[in-house]
Design a protein around this ligand. Structure first.
Ligand code: NAG
Ligand code: NAG
Ligand code: NAG
Ligand code: NAG
Ligand code: CA
Length: 578
């Protein structure tokens, strides 16, 4: 007689999995009218009967003969009395299927079951413990019911199974044995139970691959991965945590499934690498150890995660190179660069030891060299135009008038006299401009043009000029000498062009009151200058010079010079006096 037990639609959905059961179910449909009889007890079973109580949407894997399974079960008699339960023991039942390690009915029932499937299996005595029963627990001729939840399936033949579900657009390198990698992962059991995730620790897992630091399945499963790739790595327990599990969340004999995304990859033997070089056409000089470099950078990790940028601070990063002031890889990568050059420097972890960066990350710096100089540099003067006639040349003390265009080495303009429509005028040697400019303006003839490169120690130094010249910037001046007045000999503010009058005092003392007042003094000097008999130092305020001269003569500071004071001063060999 056919067994008249209720059948589940699922049984039809998976006809292959349950084999002969389908036939019975078809019959079941035919006898729908006698449905009530289905629950009737004591109708002897010819074979096992399976009632699927939960069928997962996706069958991760179905049991085949020879597979090893982990499952939970509750064993009851048809009247509902429980005789055994794996739940009560707190661990799954683990066994090979189809190898007679189970009662026949169970060996049969498990075949075709999917991971996470739950079934009620009814087993007639001849496929269970038969006439003997089992000790005190199972009486003779007992029908057994097992509520089975299948959790895990693997086969001793299994290896690591890899399924790449995201491939990055570019892949310059793949994981090889002894590479160091950083990755995120979610580790689950085959039934989907999460046992570990790098995300809960909020940091990547960082390790060497292929040299036994990892479980064998990961050591194999990570090989060949690209940065950015995502893959599912499945492994049987023999390549995971084996018979005993990890002692906490991973049970013994468990298959493991890792969802992995690779973020970073390098080999500790790697050198730093320089790529994406953009070298300006004219590059006459390259950085050497000891140079001081100003550069911009964007710093990121290999997966593109940005971690720092000089741009966010609106200023360049300034440092000596080759002297250990920056991380070793950067020190190396900054040697041999030109002003204006851009390059990408990739730095493996042994070349840096920074705390705030994830342990062992590869750092990628996109840099742009703004300028560099050496502390021993002097002003670089190059003549760009020299007039044919060039006998008279500027020297210290001369009052020079020149045009300039000032810029930084990266070409950004700072200032220009053309903006003001007039020349810039200074006395050479009077500390009116930065030392480099003084150097650059000496020995020039009118009409000459020069290109000056002034290192910061001869320019505006480490501090620069607020909002105009960055600290430690190299300055570039294009200058043109427009005209100049010859200065006086060094130290003089006034000189006679001809013999000094022997009767100087009385000539000055216009009103003949035997003393020279400031106004008499000033009038007299100005007259000598205008008559070409004397000359004041060019480039200074004439009245200031004359005031100084007067004060020097007026020994007692009473605002007038007596004949006595006049003589006293004349005896001393001094400079800006008469
Ligand atoms: C792991 O799980 C987290 C959180 O659910 C998810 O964001 C991430 O994409 C998953 N996969 C990997 C490889 O980290
Ligand atoms: C940098 O400059 C930009 C634009 O001039 C400004 O918006 C930003 O606030 C500045 N950032 C800092 C850190 O000074
Ligand atoms: C850094 O990033 C900014 C913004 O993306 C970009 O404008 C700049 O050119 C980058 N600099 C370098 C040196 O790559
Ligand atoms: C400065 O720049 C202007 C405009 O580009 C140019 O005409 C002039 O010749 C330059 N002057 C010097 C001294 O190079
Ligand atoms: Ca007088």
């Amino acid at each position: 007689a056919p067994p008249l037990y209720p059948c589940h639609v699922e049984t039809f959905a998976a006809p292959l999995a349950v084999g002969q059961f389908c036939v019975q179910c078809v019959l079941c449909l035919a006898f729908l009218v006698t449905f009530a009889a289905c629950n009737a007890p004591h109708i002897p079973l010819d074979d096992i009967f399976i009632e699927k109580t939960f069928v997962p949407e996706k069958c991760v894997r179905a049991v085949q003969v020879g597979d090893y399974v982990r499952y939970h079960y509750i064993g009851t008699f048809p009247d509902g009395t429980k005789f055994d339960s794996s739940y009560d023991r707190g661990s799954t039942y683990n066994v090979f299927v189809g190898k007679k390690q189970l009662i026949q009915g169970m060996d049969k029932a498990l075949v075709g079951m999917c991971v996470n499937e739950r079934s009620l299996v009814k087993i007639p005595p001849h496929l269970a413990y038969g006439k003997q029963g089992y000790g005190d627990i199972i009486p003779a001729d007992a029908i057994l019911h097992f509520d089975v939840l299948l959790l895990d399936i693997w086969n001793p033949e299994d290896g690591v199974q890899i399924n790449t579900y995201f491939t990055p657009p570019t892949c310059s390198r793949k994981v090889e044995v002894s590479d160091f990698v950083r990755y995120h992962y979610n580790g689950t059991l085959l039934d989907g139970t999460l046992f570990d995730s790098s995300h809960t620790r909020m940091r990547t897992y960082d390790t060497y691959v292929g040299i036994g630091w990892l479980i064998a399945g990961m050591d194999q499963g990570l090989l060949g991965m690209c940065v950015g790739e995502r893959r599912i790595i499945k492994m049987p327990p023999s390549l995971g945590y084996g018979e005993n599990g990890d002692g906490s969340d991973i049970p013994g004999q468990a298959s493991l499934v890792f969802d992995v995304v690779l973020l970073d990859l390098h080999n500790p033997r790697d050198e730093i690498t320089v790529t994406n070089q953009q070298v300006p056409e004219s590059c006459t000089r390259k950085t050497q150890t000891g140079d001081f470099v100003r550069y911009h950078y964007n710093g990121s990790l290999l997966d593109g995660t940005f971690f720092d940028s000089s741009y966010s601070r609106n200023r360049t990063y300034d440092t000596y190179v080759g002297r250990g002031y920056v991380i070793a890889g950067m020190d190396e990568g900054l040697i041999g660069v030109c002003v204006g050059e851009k390059r990408t420097i990739t730095i493996p972890h042994i070349w840096h030891m920074e705390r705030k960066i994830p342990g062992s990350a590869v750092l990628v710096f996109d840099i742009h060299i703004i300028d560099f100089h050496n502390p021993s540099d002097s002003t670089d003067v190059s003549v760009t135009y020299k007039p044919e006639e060039c006998d008279r040349q500027t020297k210290k003390g001369d009052f020079v008038k020149y045009h300039y265009n000032a810029s930084l080495l990266d070409g950004s303009s700072i200032d220009s006299t053309y903006n003001y429509g007039k020349t810039y005028n200074i006395v050479l040697g009077a500390n009116q401009v930065v030392p480099g400019m003084e150097d650059g303006l000496v020995g020039m003839c009118v009409g000459e043009k020069r290109h000056l490169v002034i290192p910061p120690h001869l320019g505006y130094g480490e501090r620069g000029v607020t909002d105009e010249v960055p600290g430690s910037a190299v300055l570039v001046f294009d200058v043109e000498l427009v005209e100049y007045e010859e200065g006086l000999p060094e130290g003089y503010m006034f000189i006679w062009n001809e013999e000094v009058s022997p009767d100087l005092f009385s000539e000055m003392d216009k009103d003949n009151n035997k003393q020279v007042e400031a106004s008499e003094f000033t009038d007299y000097i100005m007259r000598q200058v205008s008559e070409g008999k004397g000359r004041l130092a060019p480039g200074f305020d004439s009245y200031r010079i004359i005031d100084n001269m007067f004060s020097n003569q007026d020994r007692n500071g009473d605002g007038k010079i007596t004949e006595n004071e006049f003589k006293l001063k004349a005896d001393e060999a001094a400079h800006d006096e008469l």
